[in-house]
Design a protein around this ligand. Structure first.
Ligand code: SF4
Ligand code: SF4
Length: 334
């Protein structure tokens, strides 16, 4: 992943240390979901369909901290649901930053004006704002008018206050290469966010809209066209060069979902945050009791259209750290 130098060195050192200890499977990033409730109802969302009693629950801070400690991941992405609806979200982030974990707080931005005073800028903390397109496209994606404008205003305020701001943009088969170019140009050049993440939408079984998820060939074609003309090199994309090669279809990888585990109110989700074949009580149990060889494209039909970062970005990071040539390429891309 393209990332600040402090973070790159720490992650590289962490991977080398685990490899030297002979560990085959270990986490790079924990997807922490301390609640399922959200203040939006996006058609492509696979999280907010949980039953009412679960939507009301909030994970205590101690439980979140214990999960981070148990798995040992150096990076934590807090999502949901909408994490800013959690009454102790400021405290949760502060505790994880104190532990020197790199924390990404994923949000649709609507509650940032109300909650911003609970957070302080830190090299260990970044916001990840969900922006799926320019105004019309984003508002359509989140099924509510006016959200794009609020998100943009919130990003400007975060930047003004000195926070590191990244964005996450999900693409569907209704997106053209020009849509991708337009939104990434806007985020990169006009809004000047620090880094941008891109994802092909995964076909959640429970998402109300099942018609607009991208297939593998469509994903490759979309990104190959969008990345042309020097765009890929110019955009500050928060991904390793090998993962971008993967999105374009220049390389293929096996899924290593065990490196981006998901912990929620229900436990450690098996095998990844996109699919739920049950839950483990601990990360160790998740590692030991999951048949990892049975997941990934070509092995499980539910994985066939998946090119999501939670399965394939860790593989590309391991391949980068394991190759001098790729490491130098990643440094140059940074
Ligand atoms: S903002 Fe995120 S969590 Fe909320 S409904 Fe949309 S996709 Fe789901
Ligand atoms: S390919 Fe990997 S990350 Fe994607 S849905 Fe399957 S198990 Fe999850």
């Amino acid at each position: 992943m393209a990332m600040p130098l402090r973070q790159s060195l720490r992650i590289g050192g962490y991977i080398m240390k685990n490899k030297l200890r002979g560990k085959e499977k270990f986490p790079l990033l924990l997807e922490l979901e301390p609640l399922f409730a959200c203040n939006l109802k996006c058609a492509g969302c696979g999280k907010i369909q949980q039953p009412a009693h679960l939507l009301k629950r909030r994970m205590p801070v101690e439980q979140a901290v214990a999960a981070v400690k148990e798995c040992g991941a150096p990076m934590v992405s807090i999502a949901g649901g909408e994490p800013l609806m959690h009454p102790e979200i400021g405290q949760m982030v502060a505790e994880l930053v104190k532990m020197k974990r790199f924390v990404f707080l994923c949000t649709n931005a609507l509650l940032i004006p109300k909650k911003i005073d609970q957070f302080e800028p830190s090299p260990y903390f970044a916001w990840t704002v969900h922006i799926d397109g320019l105004q019309e496209r984003h508002d359509e994606s989140v099924c509510k008018e006016g959200v794009f404008e609020e998100a943009v205003a919130a990003v400007r305020e975060l930047k003004r206050r000195g926070f590191r701001v990244t964005t996450n943009t999900t693409f569907f088969n209704t997106d053209s290469p020009q849509n991708v170019i337009d939104v990434l140009n806007y985020l990169n050049d006009d809004l000047q966010v620090d880094e941008m993440m891109i994802s092909p939408g995964y076909a959640y079984e429970k998402a109300p809209d099942q018609e607009h998820f991208l297939g593998v060939q469509e994903t490759r074609e979309l990104f190959r066209k969008a990345f042309g003309g020097g765009n890929r090199e110019r955009w500050r994309l928060n991904h390793s060069p090998l993962f971008l090669d993967f999105l374009e279809g220049k390389v293929d990888f096996a899924c290593t979902a065990w490196a981006i585990p998901s912990y929620s109110l229900l436990g450690w989700q098996r095998p990844c945050y996109l699919m739920s074949d049950g839950y483990a009580q601990t990360y160790k149990e998740l590692l030991d009791d999951t048949d990892w060889d049975s997941y990934g494209r070509g092995k499980d039909s539910r994985c066939n259209n998946c090119m999501a970062h939670c399965g394939y970005e860790p593989t590309s990071v391991f391949a980068t750290v394991g190759s001098l040539k790729e490491s130098l390429r990643a440094v140059r891309a940074n």
